[in-house]
Write a protein of this length. Structure first.
Length: 141
């Protein structure tokens, strides 16, 4: 990943929502993905979650094959840091995909996470203390 350009890191939620017309975030996710445009960076863990939750693994792999989603995370190489995040946020029941996404934000300073999970990503911190910049649906009132 190029450190000098803004990187959009894609969480599973927007993909799940964009592929499911019944999802409450469907319209937002479709619009956000179209507005931002590829490439999106992500991790295999988030893509596996999206594939499992949508039941449409071929659609996810097609996006990867087309270069719309770039997998740029190696869990084996980042295992110690991801494990530390899983332990730190165990009270929030952080899942593996979210821990990997948080770690990705620590590796690339100039990034935004595209997520529907405003609640958790407003609590998670990168490098122990820094807010994670997100693009998310408007907060509910």
């Amino acid at each position: 990943m190029d450190q000098e350009t803004l990187i959009h890191i894609l969480d599973a939620g927007p993909l799940i929502a964009s592929l499911n017309r019944d999802d409450r975030y469907h319209a937002w996710a479709r619009d956000a993905i179209a507005r931002i445009g590829p490439p999106f960076y992500s991790c295999p863990e988030a893509m596996a979650e999206a594939a499992a939750m949508t039941g449409r693994p071929a659609a996810i792999v097609e996006m990867i094959h087309a270069g719309e989603v770039v997998l740029n995370f190696d869990l084996a190489a980042q295992a110690a840091s991801v494990l530390a995040l899983l332990k730190k946020y165990a009270d929030r029941k952080i899942d593996l995909a979210d821990a990997c996404i948080v770690r990705m934000t620590e590796l690339v300073r100039d990034c935004r996470v595209v997520t529907v999970d405003r609640a958790d990503f407003s609590v998670y911190r990168r490098n122990g203390r820094d807010l994670i910049p997100i693009i998310a649906p408007p907060a509910r009132r």
